[in-house]
Design a protein around this ligand. Sequence first.
Ligand code: C2O
Ligand code: CU
Length: 612
Amino acid sequence: MYSAALFTLAAGLIHLSVAPAHLREYVPFGVFFLIVGSAQIVLSVELAWQPTRRLALLVAFGSASLIALWIVSRTVGLPLGPTPGQAENVGLTDVLCNLLEVLSLPALLALVGWPARRKLRRIWLVAAGTLPSALVALAVTLVAVSAAMSDMPEAVNAAPAVAGEPSTSVTSLVATPGDEPVKDFTLTAEATVIDGQTMWTFNGSVPGPELRVNQGDRVRVKLVNHLPESTTIHWHGVAVPNSQDGVAGATQDAVPSGGEYSYEFIAYESGTFWYHSHQQTGEQLPRGLFGALVVVPHSGLAEQHDLTLLLHGSAGHVLINGTGETVHVQAVPGETIRLRLINAVDPGMDGGPEAPVLVGAPFQIVSLDGRDLNAPEVLGPTRIPLGMGQRADLVFSMPLSGGVRLIDTELRGATSPVQTLLFGNTETHLASVAIGDAAAPSLDVDRLPLFDPLHYGAPASDLLATVAPDETLTLALGEHPGIRDGRPQLIHTINGAASPDVPPLVVHEGQVIRLHIVNQTAEYHPMHLHGHVLTLLAVDGRSLDGSPVHQDSILVGPNQTVDAAFVADNPGVWMFHCHVLLHAEMGMTTSVNYVGYSTPFEMGTRSGNMPE
Ligand code: C2O
Ligand code: CU
């Protein structure tokens, strides 16, 4: 009797907990959940108070109908509601609620068969008999309700205007007018079938077209959205004016299906950059919405070949420029070649970087994240760790004999033993590029040394390495199991909180900000700051003794501590997040907010802006 009552009570509580969300979505459903939840609570009390055969039968019938209704809604779909005839998603909360109802059935039917006829004196016997059901009901209710509460919030503003405090809307932060040469592009986001697979593409290809402009050009890009969902374009690494940053819910509303949007910025900095969707990034980027953006310096390029190699796909299944086959490049001895490596590989949970190796020719790493290094030395075969989002430009000259090959390798973060057991040591496919006709020497590439940006090239004067910061902000990167978006997840945190609850880093225009990033996990976290250039200061307390390193995405290795600094010279609201898509989705996201600036846009289910 008590078990039947407890399970019914728990199901009622869960129904009530999800009623507000249903009310917002579709009022009749919300009302239905309110009625069902309240009825279950009342009936459960009644069951415990005065159990009768008829009551038990009624509750059993009710629970069975609810289970049947749930099965219909999750398989063929209900004929009414916000999406009639469409099956709803199965979630943790609804599964657990139905589990409780299923558990209540045998107890209820037992009551129908053998109703208690006499009062039990031995209370402890009753208590002992009911305890297991009570524990199950309590645990299931807690998990189900917290799952229901963990959904993406309805509306979050990353930098709201505060009444009484003057603030400038980020929408006013646009490219300054001028007569720079204009480069116009149109990127049409559309579904395209490639090798039998439906991809989401810009202009029909994955990667999207390479946008190549000259330093100082005014770049205009028209985004046309032919996808079934809303989207945006973010210019990764480019310090654009804030309103052009392409982050759904922070700097614009996502461009709806069928809509258009125009971006405009001046390419002040030369280098290797890339662009990608910043709406549902974790889903849209892997589906194909990304491409390279190259800004050729004023001075021009000295190399005879300038080749962009975009690494994409997923960890262990890497493609280069759209193919998993070896890419062949023609080159004759003596020619100089620049390779622009961009890592857009979705690394999975451990966040491990790609680590390409160039064999067959000594080479220089002339820039990282598009920013030139000072006096780069010539290197022999070396693995170059590139976190998701990072870039490296290599320069070499074609040897008089023999070919050159770029071979991708990967570094994997240590994850839990369970993950290693589940995913470890699978067959991997890593793409490569053959340059020239001859074969490159074969090497055991996985054993080659790793490039260390701390000790490469020659020192040069670098303001941020010497100046005292106005502010030092500590970011502890952590993780813990929990429930997010209604599912059990490995929650990723910054200073203990997951987005959207991570407090923003608040800065004043003109300040020098030092970041002290402490990785408390065994994973890699390429931390990407929008709109700014980060100067690498130290790794595990060791300072750089070579060239200054300027990046927009800094790779923080397992349990490493990294210090970096930036000048707050580009006002607005700027995302700062781990570029491992899963980590960002699981909460490792915050923003750098300038005092005096606010955004009118919001993220959440109401606006449909979901930047991660
Ligand atoms: Cu490459 Cu916030 O992104
Ligand atoms: Cu990460």
